[in-house]
Design a protein around this ligand. Structure first.
Ligand code: 5GP
Length: 177
């Protein structure tokens, strides 16, 4: 049976401090405008919930659900599938796609293309985490919480095989056989 070790990489307090700054920047950038904030399920749910609390603008929220990792794997299959689409119109809206982490970039690249053709007024990407060293698609977040090394992380919404999403901190997961 697998044994897991967790090592805290970013504490909850550090996350919240950074989330507040991201929200302040977004509030300034979109002063006088309305937003459609779209969370990418399931990983971004806690980040999104905290982020929108600190954005001082009128907004609607919605979610998309995609699958890119399956089962107990810690590497991307590279195949992105849309499982559930937004329930709000996108045309002429200021859309912010909220991701938990950008790794290869294939997921967010797929979503960016999907939303671009729906004629939003603007389309920005906000990701809590970024692993730039593993990028395959030519894409970067417009708003980024933390750039992290090439490690598999869990907590604050991010899972391993469905578990650990409820942990407050973001931790590196080591799998010991
Ligand atoms: P990408 O398409 O950029 O390779 O992967 C994006 C998705 O892969 C993320 O939304 C997330 O669900 C998953 N992912 C990538 N790296 C990690 C990681 O270190 N930990 C977890 N839990 N998920 C990851």
């Amino acid at each position: 049976m697998e044994k897991h070790t967790l090592e805290v990489l970013i504490s909850y307090d550090q996350i919240i401090e950074r989330v507040k700054l991201l929200a302040e920047t977004i509030t300034k950038d979109f002063e006088g405008e309305e937003l459609l904030v779209v969370g990418v399920l399931k990983g971004a749910w806690i980040f999104m919930a905290d982020l929108v609390k600190y954005i001082d603008l009128p907004m609607e929220i919605s979610f998309v659900s995609v699958s890119s990792y399956a089962g107990a794997r810690t590497t991307s299959s590279g195949v992105v599938r849309l499982l559930c689409d937004v329930d709000r119109p996108v045309e002429k809206r200021n859309v912010i796609l909220v991701e938990d982490i950008i790794d290869t970039g294939l997921t967010i690249n797929y979503l960016k293309r999907l939303f671009s053709v729906r004629n939003p007024n603007s389309l920005k990407i906000c990701s809590l985490l970024d692993k730039p060293s593993r990028r395959l698609a030519d894409i970067n977040p417009d708003y980024c919480g933390f750039s992290i090394p090439d490690e598999f992380v869990v907590g604050y919404g991010l899972d391993y095989n469905g578990y650990y999403r409820n942990l407050k901190d973001i931790s590196i997961l080591k799998i010991n056989a």
